[in-house]
Write a protein that binds this ligand. Structure first.
Ligand SMILES: NC(=O)c1ccc[n+]([C@@H]2O[C@H](COP(=O)([O-])OP(=O)(O)OC[C@H]3O[C@@H](n4cnc5c(N)ncnc54)[C@H](OP(=O)(O)O)[C@@H]3O)[C@@H](O)[C@H]2O)c1
Length: 323
C-alpha cells in the first residue's frame, strides 16, 4: 500500500510503498481508508516536539473508510481504560508509534471502530475523531455547559476550537471567539458566534470584556502569555479548560487572580471510549456537520501540512485517498 512516512525531525514525510497491514487477532479488522484529516499533533511530531517520538512512523490520527462494505470511522484513542477521570498508563493515540491513517489501509481494534453518523459523508466524518472528541470532553464533559452560559473559544481557526463552537451553538450558548485573523472571526460569526476580537490588537482583552461582559466558560489551547488576560475575562465561578499550549509557557502569572473569584482552571486530553460514543450520538442527534477548510489529494500531504503550520486553515484539513 501507499503510505506517508516521517523518518526524522524537520524533514517532510515521503510517500512510500509498505506491506499491507494484516489483522493478527480475532479482535482486529482491516479498513480501507477513504479520507483522513490532519491534527496539530502531526505537525508537532514532524517538528520533534511531541513526547516519545518513534521514527520512522506513519502519522495521521483521523480516518474514515470501509470495513468490508460498511462505512466506518475510528476512535484514535487506544487503551483509555475504565477510569472516566483519566486515561490509563497504556493510553496512546493512533498515528505514532502505531501506524496512522495517512495510508491506504489500517488495522484497528473492533472497539475503536464506529458507524458513521448517518447524515455525514466519509469526507465529513474524517474531520471528527481526534478534534471532535477533544472538544467534546473539554467542553461538554468537563464544563457541563447549559444554554444560558457565555462561552469564549480561543484561536477559532483550529480544528478543536471549531468543534467546540459547533457543540456550543447546538446547545444554544452565547459564544465569543478570538483569532489572529479578522476573516476567521467573521466566519465564526456566520456559524453562530455572537462576536469576537483579534488578538493581534494590543487591547484585545479589554475589547472582549466590553463585548461580552465576561464569560462563564473558556476553552483554550494557546495559554502562554495570553493566560493572565483570559483570566480577567472570567466571571466569578467560571470554568477555564485548556487542552493544549501552542503559545508555550506563561510568565508572571498571579495565582491570586484565580482563587478569590472561585475560578476552576483545569486541563483535558482527548476522551474516553464513552466520551467518543456520546460525542457521535450528540453529533447525530443535532445533525452537526464539521467545518472543513480544504480537501487535499492524498498525494499532497506536505502542502496540507504547510497550510496547517502557517495557521491558514479555518477548520479541518482533509485528505482524499482516491487522488
Ligand atoms: N490534549 C489533547 O488531547 C489535544 C488534542 C487536540 C489538540 N491538542 C493541542 O491543541 C492545539 C490545537 O490543536 P488543533 O489540532 O486544533 O490545531 P489547529 O487546527 O492547528 O489550530 C490551532 C489554532 O490555534 C491558534 N494558534 C496556534 N498557534 C498559536 C499561537 N502561537 N498563538 C496564538 N494562537 C495560536 C490558531 O488560531 P487562529 O488562526 O484563529 O489565530 C490555530 O488555528 C495544539 O497545540 C494541539 O497539540 C491537544
Amino acid at each position: 500500500m501507499r503510505a506517508w512516512v516521517l523518518s526524522e525531525t524537520d524533514v517532510l514525510p515521503t510517500l512510500q510503498y509498505l506491506e499491507d497491514p494484516k489483522p493478527v487477532s480475532e479482535n482486529q479488522r482491516l479498513i480501507r481508508i477513504v479520507n483522513s484529516s490532519l491534527n496539530h499533533r502531526d505537525i508537532w511530531i514532524g517538528k520533534g516536539q511531541y513526547p516519545n517520538i518513534v521514527f520512522p512512523c506513519v502519522p495521521g490520527s483521523d480516518g474514515s473508510g470501509y470495513m468490508d462494505n460498511e462505512p466506518v470511522i475510528m476512535n484514535p484513542g487506544i487503551s483509555w481504560g475504565e477510569n472516566q477521570e483519566v486515561q490509563s498508563d497504556n493510553f496512546h493515540i493512533m498515528g505514532m508509534p502505531s501506524q496512522g491513517t495517512f495510508a491506504e489501509y489500517i488495522v484497528a481494534d473492533k472497539k475503536q471502530i464506529h458507524k458513521l453518523p448517518k447524515h455525514l459523508s466519509c469526507e465529513e466524518a474524517a474531520a471528527i475523531p481526534l478534534a471532535g472528541v477533544t472538544a467534546y470532553r473539554a467542553f461538554m464533559v468537563k464544563c457541563q455547559p447549559t444554554k444560558d452560559v457565555k462561552v469564549l473559544i480561543t484561536g477559532i481557526g483550529g480544528g478543536v476550537s471549531l468543534w467546540v463552537l459547533k457543540y456550543a451553538v447546538a446547545i444554544g450558548c452565547e459564544v465569543f471567539v478570538t483569532s489572529r485573523y479578522q476573516d476567521k472571526i467573521n466566519k465564526a460569526i456566520s456559524l453562530g458566534a455572537t462576536g469576537g476580537v483579534n488578538t493581534s490588537e494590543t487591547d484585545w482583552s479589554k475589547q472582549l470584556y466590553t463585548l461580552s461582559g465576561g464569560v462563564h466558560i473558556i476553552i483554550d489551547s494557546i495559554m502562554g502569555n495570553t493566560l493572565p488576560d483570559l483570566i480577567k475575562l472570567c466571571l466569578p465561578g467560571a470554568k477555564f479548560c485548556f487542552y493544549g499550549a501552542s503559545g508555550g509557557k506563561t510568565d508572571n502569572f498571579s495565582p491570586h487572580s484565580i482563587f478569590w473569584r472561585q475560578i476552576s482552571l483545569f486541563g483535558s486530553t482527548m476522551g474516553s471510549d464513552k466520551d467518543f460514543s456520546e460525542m457521535l450520538k450528540f453529533i447525530s442527534d443535532h445533525k452537526i456537520r464539521p467545518v472543513i477548510d480544504t480537501v487535499f489529494p492524498f498525494t499532497k500531504l506536505p502542502e496540507a501540512m504547510e497550510r496547517m503550520k502557517n495557521s491558514k486553515q479555518f477548520g479541518k484539513i482533509v485528505l482524499d485517498h482516491s487522488k
